[in-house]
Design a protein around this ligand. Structure first.
Ligand SMILES: [Zn+2]
Length: 93
């Protein structure tokens, strides 16, 4: 779950993301410092719609999940359901 606070800016107010908590355990999802080269990120989402150059309409459901819940809770559940279990792949950047 993303938690927002309202900040006052001289001409207008806008929502500013202050932290994201895990939808499973409720703990804050750690973010790494900008200049850190380490990577640990969980991305789980579903998107459906139409995406054309002149027309774009879609909906997206995103799950905020910490790395611990992904590695323990989600993978444990997936092992009970999946006919084939996904394997780690080398990332290329
Ligand atoms: Zn969690």
């Amino acid at each position: 779950m993303k938690h927002y606070t309202t900040v006052t800016i001289p001409e207008y107010e806008k929502k500013k993301l202050i932290n994201t908590t895990c939808d499973i355990c409720g703990k804050a999802i750690k973010t790494l410092p900008v200049n850190n080269n380490d990577i640990e990120e969980v991305i789980i989402s579903y998107e459906k719609g139409v995406a054309l150059p002149e027309y774009d309409e879609s909906v997206k459901l995103t799950v905020d999940m910490c790395a611990d819940c992904f590695k323990v809770e989600f993978l444990r559940w997936l092992k009970t359901k999946a006919k084939t279990f996904p394997q780690y792949q080398q990332c290329e950047y």
